[in-house]
Design a protein around this ligand. Structure first.
Ligand code: PMP
Length: 400
């Protein structure tokens, strides 16, 4: 009876890691998945995470089920981290926060909420965006379409295209926005542009839906990276925010994140939370506890929180330094006069190189550099020792 099932295609991002593992070349480089690596290209567990885990062991915490909405101490700190602890929306209890299965699971829960309570409403997503967004809305049966975002001519933001597409979307659409460090382009709107985006969304009665997967990882500052969300919240808008601790705390496999729904009253927030729980219960019943405790312990302790910020700055700093080194290598080696400065303008973990599919294929087949076919490379997987090699590969692939 399973005979009739056809082969599913490999995942465009996680499939890259599988191919990388099978390659035996000594210069091979995995720039596909967005996971932080040390200069030695090894996975990194934050010291502050190890400290929190030791504390948890000492306390001998149990493994009882969490409530459907997750760990209360986690939900409290995650909303505070996002909006700022002194944000009036917190005191007014207007935020419904439910612990999710990291960013992906939180987005999926929000998609289920949209499907159930906003039937027919459309989500508009940036072109391009993180590949899984489309899968999430497809599987949740939420209609979506794309708005202009990336301008290949400038390797920058197509701001006019973005604004006119948001204006053209049916009233009351959900506008999916990357809170910071847009994936895959690394191109974010400026504060002035964010204000205009908020104007248009308000005008059209749209609902902003933020995906915040890199708070603290883009600029190195947790507050600065949340400023887009806070700007919208300060205008009194209702909005959704999916959060992830995969990158900023390196908790990839712990699946820890949250969905926050900012409502216009405390009463509405209570009702929304009850419905989020109702949606979660038949999907996965209740979320895992380990990552939630790690986050709650770190954010809830001044000493650990400060240490986390230092480690995050270190990680963000390493990425910025390889970004600079890659730019220097490309500018020094490339004799074609091509302007590589777009690399320095992008922020976060990724760089969108502008390499097309065939050129990205050349990177892998000839140079053993593994990356997604859209031309995105994860700088978090690059060491300064390999910048020159990568620059050779990029220049060769561009000019072939
Ligand atoms: N959104 C974006 C834009 C991402 O880049 C990622 C991670 N690649 C996620 C969400 C979710 O990741 P996770 O489920 O590991 O939190």
């Amino acid at each position: 009876r399973f005979e009739g099932i056809t082969m599913a295609p490999p995942d465009p991002i996680l499939g890259v890691s599988e191919a990388f593992r099978a390659d035996t070349h000594e210069m091979k480089l995995n720039l596909g998945v967005g996971a932080y690596r040390t200069e030695e290209l090894q996975p990194y567990v934050l010291n502050v995470v190890k400290k929190a885990e030791n504390l948890m062991l000492e306390r001998g915490e149990n493994k009882e089920y969490l409530p459907i909405e997750g760990l209360a101490a986690f939900n409290k700190v995650t909303a505070e981290l996002l909006f700022g602890a002194d944000n009036p929306v917190i005191e007014q209890k207007r935020v419904a926060t439910v612990q999710g299965l990291s960013g992906t699971g939180s987005l999926r829960l929000a998609a289920a909420l949209i499907e159930r309570y906003f039937p027919g409403a459309k989500v508009i997503i940036s072109s391009p965006t993180w590949g899984n967004h489309k899968n999430i809305f497809n599987d949740a049966r939420v209609p979506w379409s794309e708005y202009c975002y990336y301008d290949p001519k400038t390797v920058g933001l197509d701001f006019d295209g973005m604004i006119s597409d948001i204006k053209a979307a049916p009233e009351g659409s959900f506008v999916l926005l990357h809170g910071c460090a847009h994936n895959p382009t690394g191109i974010d709107p400026t504060p002035e542009q964010w204000a205009t985006i908020a104007d248009v969304i308000e005008e059209k009665n749209h609902i902003p839906f933020f995906d915040v997967a890199y708070q603290g990882f883009a600029s190195g500052s947790l507050d600065e990276d949340a400023s887009s969300v806070r700007l919208f919240a300060a205008r009194g808008m209702e909005l959704l925010v999916a959060q992830s601790y995969s990158k900023n705390l390196g908790l990839y496999a712990e699946r820890i994140g949250a969905i926050n729904v900012l409502c216009s009253s405390a009463d509405a927030a209570t009702r929304v939370k009850s419905q989020l729980k109702r949606l979660a219960r038949p999907m996965y019943s209740n979320p895992p506890v380990h990552g939630a405790r790690v986050v709650a312990n770190i954010v809830g302790s001044t000493a650990l929180f400060n240490e986390w910020k230092e480690e995050m700055e270190m990680m963000a700093g390493r990425i910025k330094s390889v970004r600079q080194k890659l730019f220097d290598s490309l500018s020094g080696k490339d004799k074609s006069g091509k302007d590589w400065s777009f690399i320095l303008k992008q922020i976060g973990m990724f760089s969108f190189t502008g390499l097309n599919t065939a050129q990205s294929d050349n990177m892998t087949s000839k140079w053993h550099v593994y990356m997604t076919k859209d031309g995105r490379i994860s700088l978090a997987g690059l060491s300064s020792a390999k910048c020159e090699y990568l620059a050779d590969a990029i220049i060769d692939s561009f000019h072939n």
